[in-house]
Write a protein that binds this ligand. Structure first.
Ligand code: CTP
Length: 216
């Protein structure tokens, strides 16, 4: 059997915060638990982890922790650490839009409505998919309401990933979850109704197998 080498993981977690003014932000319901579970599973298996986190959860022991707020900050951190990592896992729920012109001072309440103009953020996963070197492994997540496998497969190809983990919005905040996993050249695998740490362990094992093949 091939010897297991430590893998340097770059993992993102949590929902980014897009500030409207210094005290208000737009975010999403992601807790960061899946990304943290992956970080813990990787550390427990003897790997190195850089965790770029937009979550308020306590940094897992043993990770190199980088705290961020916004999608732009997360992108800057991924750019900084990407070349040195063997595997990027984008478990974060990155905002697709951010305020076009965040106010420098707290917005005062006034009569009538308030309209905030949003602009798209950069797709970090797509950026990484375009720049990866030969044996780097890139793993993405897909949160889909319907046509789970079809939509996720599209993302796998379009973003040039080695693996996609697809789930439905019911996974957000839940203790147990079910996910569908597909490698670039393998069939779909269902991991159903287990804890996020059990899912994370399975995913790290799958990536280890991929890394052995890629490095051979
Ligand atoms: N992602 C990213 N940068 C963004 C948005 C998403 O890197 N600006 C990553 C997420 O971390 C996740 C994957 O892309 O790994 C899929 O995110 P998802 O929101 O499901 O897909 P989108 O490509 O944004 O498409 P849509 O929301 O239209 O389904």
């Amino acid at each position: 059997m091939a010897k297991k080498h430590p893998i340097h993981f770059l993992i993102t977690a949590g929902g980014t915060r897009e500030y409207i003014d210094p005290v208000r932000f737009i975010s999403n319901a992601s807790s960061g638990r899946m990304g943290y579970a992956l970080a813990r599973a990787a550390i427990a298996a003897g790997h190195k982890v850089t965790l770029v986190s937009a979550s308020d959860l306590q940094p897992p022991v043993g990770t190199d922790f980088v705290g961020v707020d916004s999608a732009a900050e997360m992108f800057a951190a991924v750019k900084k650490f990407f070349t040195k990592c063997d595997c990027l896992i984008m478990a974060a729920a990155v905002a697709d839009y951010t305020p076009a012109r965040p106010a420098k001072a707290k917005i005062k309440s006034a009569k009538g409505g308030l309209t905030i103009k949003l602009k798209p953020t950069a797709d970090i996963l797509k950026w990484a998919g375009k720049r990866k070197r030969g044996n780097q492994i890139i793993v993405g997540f897909a949160l889909e309401e319907k046509n789970l496998r079809m939509q996720a497969d599209k993302k796998l190809k379009e973003k040039n990933l080695e693996m996609i983990i697809a789930n439905t919005p019911t996974v957000i905040g839940a203790a147990k979850a079910s996910v569908e996993v597909k490698g670039k050249s393998s069939a779909w695998l269902s991991i159903t109704d287990v804890s996020k740490s059990a899912i994370a362990n399975r995913i790290i094992r799958l990536i280890e197998q991929m890394a052995v093949t890629a490095g051979d």
